[in-house]
Design a protein around this ligand. Structure first.
Ligand SMILES: O=C(O)CCC(=O)C(=O)O
Length: 200
């Protein structure tokens, strides 16, 4: 059994969207175990992406797991999912129990060090629907995650996503906000992030 503390919930005070942060979603021992397992067992790859006609290597490693027949495309790459493994399926079940939602797909990111990052974007691919809910688990090195409103330029928020935490990006989060995981200016250990999504 995963040890969960779903009651420790922080709702961010941001307009037009709901963001809920569970800093201790996973107990430390479970988070440690999951981090080691995923680091060693996932077939991490560095994909080439094309943005504004320019091709380059992604500044992180990724993998996609999910239901059969549900590919996911972004930045001109189409990712075919690996079938769910036991570790990811168990985590998916625990998140589904908390949220009462069904997730079809998880995108995993491995940020190897301070130079790895994920630039400003929203998860607005059409296969996710108009207003998707994303469940984001963080393991390993704490990193700063940033949010900014698309039109209200003064609305910005930084969150330190800690080991074993869950961030739920709910209604309004993708249509109204962009998010990023910037490079860090001091040395960082590896961090794994898992974003559970529903492809419809
Ligand atoms: O690493 C993170 O916390 C964010 C990941 C993310 O934005 C994404 O995979 O779309």
């Amino acid at each position: 059994m995963l040890d969960l503390f779903p009651n420790e919930k922080i709702t961010l005070d941001l307009p037009d969207a709901t963001f809920e942060y569970y800093p201790n979603f996973l107990k430390i021992e479970k988070a440690n175990l999951l981090f080691e397992k995923l680091l060693n067992e996932i077939p991490w790859k560095q994909d080439t992406i094309t943005i504004y006609g320019k091709t380059h290597l992604q500044p992180r490693l990724t993998a996609l797991y999910g239901n059969e027949g549900k590919p996911y495309s972004y930045s001109n790459i189409v990712m075919q999912p690996h079938p769910w493994n036991a570790t990811l399926m168990f985590l998916k079940n625990e998140i589904e129990e908390l949220t009462k939602l069904n997730f079809t797909t998880v995108l995993l990111n491995l940020y190897r060090n301070e130079n790895d990052s994920n630039g400003w974007h929203s998860d607005n691919e059409k296969e996710l629907g108009r207003d998707p809910i994303i469940a984001s688990i963080s393991l390993g090195q704490e990193r700063v995650f940033q949010l900014k409103h698309n039109t209200k330029k003064e609305i910005k928020q930084n969150i330190l996503l800690n080991h074993g935490s869950l961030l739920l990006m709910k209604e309004g989060s993708q249509p109204y906000y962009k998010h990023q995981l910037p490079k860090a200016s001091s040395p960082k250990n590896p961090r794994i992030n898992l974003t559970f999504r529903t492809i419809i």
